[in-house]
Design a protein around this ligand. Structure first.
Ligand SMILES: [Zn+2]
Ligand SMILES: [Zn+2]
Length: 340
């Protein structure tokens, strides 16, 4: 079968390999669609922090049809459409036992990073790491399994014990941000403000229900403070996570606000324990990471209900390398999806 493998750091290639066999407790999926994520750029580079062992097949947003069941698998039948859970925790710590692999104390390993993923015609995966994806268009569903999962977990992480937010600001209307925007619009009677440096992304944000949009060009904090009448943003969802977006989040939030950071832009913000500080008192700052097994099922349900819909650009599997390059160069609005 054909598969896109990382053979050496930065060297991804389409290769012919043996079709995998499902091991005990595994299923074999005939891949229908695999989303391409911005992190595939770093995974292809096999950056040292990921501690990968090569070669490995890329692809961690996978939807397919069950082709074969391994020994000991029950509850699934060949022909069913299923979506892969993007990570695998240790399986034995307290969070893992509750399906919260994203909280795994040992640290989780990633599909298409530490074990073979779905940029291939077939993929073997443990039967307890798939969720029912019946009734969904596989191309639309693939991005829900990672981008959608993280977007959902970010919105789910808004503390509902606090007064309902009146103003939610979403920074970065890319692969994750455009999905979080749809969930936030559905969940909250709040004014949604979208921030991005690309006017086309803001156009998409308006189409998806943002009440107002702000073009990021360096003066956005002053702009938002002026029309909001001060630091009146209750919740910031930051899908960029750079120095400048974190500074913006801190500048527009006041006491009791929440800043949830999903972007991995490498930024930082001073968190001083003094009375007058960059981050206002009573502001909580949370770095979110992917989502749980339950949230994968929830993300797929939101897809079925039409609440969350990913904008997709389809590439044939053979063009996996080009799709990753296009994402790296910012040429893809929404989500790229590979189809074998
Ligand atoms: Zn990803
Ligand atoms: Zn664990």
């Amino acid at each position: 079968m054909r598969a896109y493998k990382v053979l050496a750091p930065g060297r991804g290639e389409m290769v012919d390999i043996e079709r995998p066999q499902p091991g005990p407790s595994e299923v074999l999926l005939r891949v229908a669609a695999t989303g391409v994520c911005h992190s595939d750029v770093f995974i292809r580079d096999a950056i040292p922090a990921l501690k990968m062992s090569l070669p490995v097949t890329l692809g961690h947003e996978v939807v397919g049809v069950i082709e074969e069941l391994g020994v000991g698998v029950s509850g699934w039948t060949p022909g069913q459409q299923a979506a892969a859970y993007v990570m695998r925790g240790c399986g034995s710590c307290a969070p893992c036992r509750r399906g919260l692999d994203n909280f795994c104390h040992v640290g989780y390993l990633g599909l298409g990073t530490h074990f073979d993923g779905g940029m291939a015609e077939f993929m073997a995966i443990p039967a307890d790491a798939i969720a029912d994806a019946s009734g969904l268009d596989p191309i639309a569903a693939a991005p829900l399994t990672d981008a959608g999962l993280t977007a959902l977990h970010t919105v789910n992480s808004i503390d509902r014990g606090r007064p309902d937010p009146e103003r939610i600001m979403i920074i970065g209307i890319g692969g994750l941000g455009h999905l979080a925007l749809q969930i936030a619009t559905y969940r909250f009677h709040a004014e949604i403000i979208a921030v991005d440096r690309d006017p086309k992304a803001l156009e998409l944000a308006r189409k998806l229900g943002a009440d107002s949009t702000v073009l990021a060009r360096g003066s956005e904090a002053a702009e938002i403070l002026a029309w909001a009448g001060g630091r009146e943003i209750d919740v910031v969802l930051d899908f960029v996570g750079s120095d400048s977006t974190l500074a913006l989040a801190a500048a527009v939030t006041n006491r009791g606000a929440q800043i949830l950071v999903a972007g991995l832009g490498g930024g930082s913000v001073p968190f001083q324990a003094v009375s007058v500080s960059t981050v206002a008192p009573e502001v909580s700052l949370l770095r979110v990471s992917a989502g749980s097994r339950h949230e994968l099922a929830e993300a797929l349900d939101l897809g079925r209900a039409g609440v969350m819909h990913a904008e997709t650009v389809v590439y044939p599997l053979e063009q996996a390398g080009r799709a990753i390059d296009d994402i790296n160069e910012g040429k893809v609005i929404g989500r790229a999806v590979l189809v074998p």
